[in-house]
Design a protein around this ligand. Sequence first.
Ligand code: ADP
Ligand code: MG
Ligand code: ZN
Length: 476
Amino acid sequence: MKYEAVIGLEVHAQLQTNTKIFCGCETAFGEEANTRTCPVCIGMPGVLPVLNRKAVEYIIKTGLATHCTISPFSRFARKNYFYPDLPKGYQISQYELPLCEHGYVEIVVDGAVKRIGITRIHLEEDAGKNLHTSESGASLVDLNRAGTPLMEIVSEPDIRTADEAAEYLKKLRSLLRYIEVSDADMEKGNFRCDCNVSIRPVGAGEFGTRAEVKNVNSFKFVQKALEYEIKRQAQILDEGGRVVQETRLFDSTKGITFSMRSKEEAHDYRYFPEPDLVPVVTSPATVESIRATIPELPDAKRERFVKEYGLPEYDADMLTQSRGLAAYFEESAALSGQPKVISNWMMGELMRLLNADNREIEACPVRPDRLAGMVKMITDGVISTKIAKTVFEEMYRTGKDAGTVVQEQGLVQVSDTGAIERIIDEVIKANPAQHADYKTGKDKLFGFFVGQVMKASKGKANPDIVNQLLKKKLAE
Ligand code: ADP
Ligand code: MG
Ligand code: ZN
């Protein structure tokens, strides 16, 4: 590829406050249409918005967690446009004076840490929802969502690949969940992303013209939309054309993006300061009291896991994705005294089984002490690592501990040299040609014999002893 992509993301995350941003209505999902509304959030004339203190706290918490500067003075603005889901005719948002600026988020790319800059984070209200139903033959408006507090998190154009974009989004989601300001659930539309992307020849200093793909609603789609867009723009440049600045949409069934509107048709929102709300003044004391509520965050945890447990950056990054995962690891590592082995089991079998069942770590039937117990049985030579896979699956399926599973299924590792010798003798006798070839120098056949012996022992023979004895016997 002779081009490099430049990507900046704008994420809208719903804040998990109990009530809306400018009124006392409940923020509820899936309730009957227009039952969570009042004159303020349906935009009646003459009403006055009152700012939700929790929303301000949450956005400051987010700003602190992303290393932003918290503005001592910020203000709301009116963003004017017409749409049926916005009865006021304007959205209250922050414009020239956002609450948080100049931060960053760290992601791990190819085992190395990379910083993605955060330009700004600001507060705004969500709009309602238009429902186009075929039964009624009409378009209906549900304003339950109108006035739900959102924060918009704008990244610097520091992202270079679709994979990095996905990593960044995962990291952001993980952060918001750690600090409990948003459940950042993409399926529920609580975490939406606009993708800005341009390409430039590798080594070029200046950015190319960007396209903005609006409202992409899953990690996979973000990746797909970006990959498609990068290819599309490369093709235009290859053919000697020019990329035009425009807003596009992603069609997830076709896997393509298509033009929604060009720069010429872009809205002019006529922003002006919101006269019904006073400016938000945040004192250093308030900021500090909010800082005190922030738990150890994924980056700090990741660094600690590398230092304290000697884990590779990659492992540490994976295991700190959620507080639950990290806590599980720490408990199991402490009980077993073998952090890297625990990490391998968690990132391998454990995650594979959880993903297949679409389960979170909190619902994992194998608890940390049970995993530690199984690992100890491997260390003590009671079961082989290979058999342990079977044992682990059974533990996961039944919720039983390793000892019980091993006993019930007769999976104890065979370390009795006499028994293993007998198996080896049989295997050698059954494969005279391979034995002869081995003796003439075909060393590679050693693996074949190991495989045969393990198979004959149903995986229960102690591999170290098998190796030892086979070497001796094959040479005879
Ligand atoms: P707008 O308000 O029109 O969306 P902004 O200047 O706020 O524009 O930028 C929005 C996003 O676009 C930011 O995340 C920024 O990093 C990104 N961005 C800006 N320029 C480029 C570019 N040339 N290529 C890719 N992304 C860009
Ligand atoms: Mg934008
Ligand atoms: Zn209301």
